[in-house]
Design a protein around this ligand. Structure first.
Ligand code: AMP
Ligand code: MG
Length: 405
């Protein structure tokens, strides 16, 4: 397998973006819908509220009956009765009268305002109203919140807690969502052992299997870990054979060129194709993207830092498409550099940074680390991108930080 010329990150994202993704629908209970991706527009088949409701505790009345009412010259109205909350208003309000109700109760026919009880003095079977109202005051009208037939939430949206409230108010106990993509994850390397094992001298515990799975889980995938493959094409092909049911496969380690090009060779041996091998980025250059049995496969560099960054920047955009998410926006915040950041021109570089506030301004400090130093993520709030054509940034320059969230 020949090492292909590294392509730009933009080209790589273009290839990833053109990979066919066909999310599948399923229905889940409103109790399990948080953070899932809505698969159909949510439409209200009713007016909300379905009947006019009072916004306050007080007396429903006809606004024309209390013209000029004020503290010093109140207007008398007879109390016609009471409408209890949760009951249908069966009477029609008569002229010169009012009806007692509480917040949320149905407004009776004939009433066009509700005076708060604070502005009323009761006197036997009548009240003195000490304030005028404008028409409709303290009433939430039928359909004022949501009109019948309205799309309240659009397909492709990641469901929030507030959205779940909306499903409830429009009467959707079951919600159509897209199935969670299933990601198959494989770690490789003769030196890698599972966290359950005590590593013999010379071996190290698997980091990438855990990091990748948790980045993807955090972003709505189900993950299956297929274990640790050896540094042979046979071993990796054997692991890949187990992933046939997965919607996406991510292998880490052994993605670079040359003698140890096991991932690319294993994909090709099983009948797959390599769509690109090498992105002009740092860290993460030896990244593979291919197609195997119609599904996307990533081969990520073994260095845990590189592996995590490539997962964030290149695997997640594909995952979002596989899960049917639309309109995602990366969270970015502006900041001021506290020190220079040197960078090699001709490569797009990702530099992890800490953001802290100094005199009310967000100061951005790079966290330089060697590739295997996974602990550098602990203090990082996110990273900045040094574009391919730039030699770096200078102290006090304004930058944008992509947040890890
Ligand atoms: P490779 O991409 O296989 O050449 O690996 C590059 C470096 O990352 C080597 O030092 C490996 O030991 C290390 N590495 C590879 N895979 C993992 C892993 N799953 N967890 C921790 N370190 C790894
Ligand atoms: Mg390796």
């Amino acid at each position: 397998m020949e090492f292909l010329k590294a392509i730009s990150s933009e080209e790589a994202l273009g290839v990833i973006d053109s990979f066919a993704a066909d999310p599948v629908k399923e229905t889940v209970s409103i109790n399990d819908v948080l953070h899932r991706i809505l698969a159909e527009d949510a439409v209200s088949h009713e007016d909300i509220p379905p009947f006019p409701r009072s916004l306050v505790d007080g007396f429903a009345l006809k606004v024309k009956d209390i013209q000029g009412a004020k503290e010093t010259s109140p207007v008398f109205l007879y109390i016609q009765g009471e409408i209890k909350i949760g009951e249908a208003a069966s009477v029609e309000l008569e002229d010169g009268k009012c009806i007692y109700l509480t917040t949320g109760a149905m407004i009776p026919e004939g009433a066009d305002g509700v005076v708060m009880q604070e502005f009323v003095r009761t006197a036997g079977d009548a009240v003195e109203v000490t304030k005028t109202l404008h028409r409709g005051e303290n009433i939430c009208f039928q359909g004022e919140d949501i009109t019948k037939g309205k799309i309240v939430l659009q397909r492709g949206r990641k469901v929030t807690a507030f959205d779940v409230g909306l499903f409830s108010v429009i009467g959707m106990p079951d919600v159509p969502v897209y199935k969670r993509p299933v990601a198959g994850i494989i770690s490789t390397g003769d030196e890698i052992v599972s966290v359950e094992e005590a590593p013999p001298f010379g071996k190290i515990r698997d980091i990438n299997g855990h990091t990748i799975a948790n980045i993807l889980k955090d972003n709505g995938a189900s993950c299956i870990f297929f274990g640790i493959g050896k540094d042979t094409v046979d071993s990796i092909a054997g692991k890949l054979e187990l992933t046939r049911e997965c919607d996406l496969v991510i292998i880490s380690g052994g993605s670079s060129k040359g003698q140890r090009d096991y991932i690319a060779d294993a994909i090709v041996r099983l009948g797959g194709e390599i769509l690109f091998h090498g992105i002009n980025i740092k860290p993460g250059k030896p990244t593979i993207f291919g197609r195997l049995w119609g599904r996307p496969v990533f081969g990520l560099p073994g260095h845990p830092n590189s592996c995590a960054m490539v997962t964030m920047r290149f695997v997640l955009p594909l995952l979002r498409r596989l899960k049917g998410e639309e309109g995602y926006k990366e969270k970015r915040v502006p900041g001021i550099l506290s020190t220079n950041i040197p960078s090699t021109s001709g490569v797009e570089e990702y530099v992890k940074v800490a953001v802290r506030e100094v005199d009310g301004s967000p100061y951005v400090t790079p966290i330089f680390s060697k590739s295997p130093v996974i602990s550098s993520f602990v203090d990082a709030s996110g990273y900045i991108i040094v574009p391919e054509g730039k030699d770096g940034y200078e102290k006090d320059e304004k930058v944008e930080v992509c947040l890890f969230e």
